[in-house]
Design a binder for this molecule. Structure first.
Ligand code: UD2
Ligand code: MN
Length: 287
């Protein structure tokens, strides 16, 4: 099958109605299934994938692109179950090949999202050659499958524009939370995410400064209602307290001067385990 397959845009569903589907949790559906599906059941649904959440494309053609979907994770099993239920069919409808890599912080320290994402990038790099690395919050569910998951050669792609949490308005222009797509060259050039943000907040604003400092611009799907996401409702996580405001200001103030020494090249995490489930690869990392 040398024919390259490209997304059949017209066949994409557009809106996927999500409202009820992600609010009513731990229900048992009429057919007796737990909702959201258990990880065990998800492994059954995706049993035909190559283990580790690897999709190599439809039979009739060869994928034009191969993506690493990198998900920072800890203590969010229910969100992960929703995420895995929705992301596989969406990417397959978009005719792209991919590997789902869930990077789980494997210690009791404050959550460090930057370190988990950088570790995910290094792991992905060690197992294959990807055209695009998509850093994806576990609780973000695309509402419109015409939001093509993609990287851009010259710009960093931010695939979120409207979110239910903000009444589908954009919070502020240079907001880049949720789902961010880099080519390998872009991510290495910005030296990944800062590893200094222990806890909630700041690492994405820091990344915006890094992107600009290295001469990249941001790209977003412009058409209204394409880059629509639902963030599954959640409270703050116990082990991810908000970073002290003064520390966050200091870190953001020194973001550019620190960029070339704080990130991919200063990551001292330890990979403690890699488990290949049918639905995803779980990479455990001590921060
Ligand atoms: C916003 C941003 C997020 C990040 C965060 C500040 C959006 C859509 N997202 O998300 O990108 O910048 O602010 O840090 O604007 N996580 C875990 N376990 C934890 C804590 C976090 O798995 O205990 C992961 C998970 O993938 C989660 C992500 O980190 O989706 C971001 O954390 P959040 O969802 O608590 O933060 P939120 O929704 O304010
Ligand atoms: Mn969230």
């Amino acid at each position: 099958t040398s024919r390259k397959c490209h997304v059949a845009y017209a066949k994409l569903k557009g809106y996927i109605s999500l409202h009820l589907m992600t609010e009513e949790t731990n229900q048992t559906t009429s057919s007796g299934l737990t909702w959201p599906p258990t990880l065990k059941y998800l492994d059954f649904i995706y049993k035909d994938l190559e283990h580790g959440g690897v999709y190599k494309g439809p039979k009739e053609c060869k994928c034009a692109t191969n993506f690493a979907i990198i998900v920072p994770f800890r203590d969010r099993e229910q969100h992960l179950r929703f995420f895995l239920f929705y992301i596989h069919p969406l990417l397959q409808r978009q005719r792209t090949c991919y590997t789902i890599i869930v990077v789980e912080q494997d210690d009791d320290k404050t959550f460090n999202k930057g370190k988990m994402m950088n570790s995910g990038f290094l792991y992905a790099n060690s197992i294959g050659d990807f055209d695009c690395y998509i850093f994806h919050d576990v609780d973000m569910i695309a509402e419109n499958d015409r939001n093509i998951y993609q990287c851009k050669e010259k710009k960093v792609a931010h695939l979120v524009w409207q979110m239910d949490k903000y009444d589908y308005e954009i919070p502020y222009y240079d907001y880049i939370g949720g789902v961010l797509a880099f080519t390998k060259e872009q991510f290495i050039t910005v030296n990944g995410f800062s590893t200094m943000y222990e806890g909630w907040g700041g690492e994405d604003d820091d990344m915006m400064k890094r992107i600009w400092a290295k001469g990249y611009e941001l790209w977003r799907p412009r058409k209204k209602n394409i880059a629509r996401f639902k963030m599954i409702h959640h409270n703050h996580d116990k082990r991810n307290p908000r970073i002290d405001d003064y520390l966050m200001q200091d870190l953001l103030f020194s973001a550019i001067s620190r960029q070339d020494s704080d990130g991919l090249n200063s990551l001292h995490t330890v990979r403690t385990d890699v488990i290949k489930y049918p639905s995803h690869t779980r990479v455990k990392v001590r921060s």
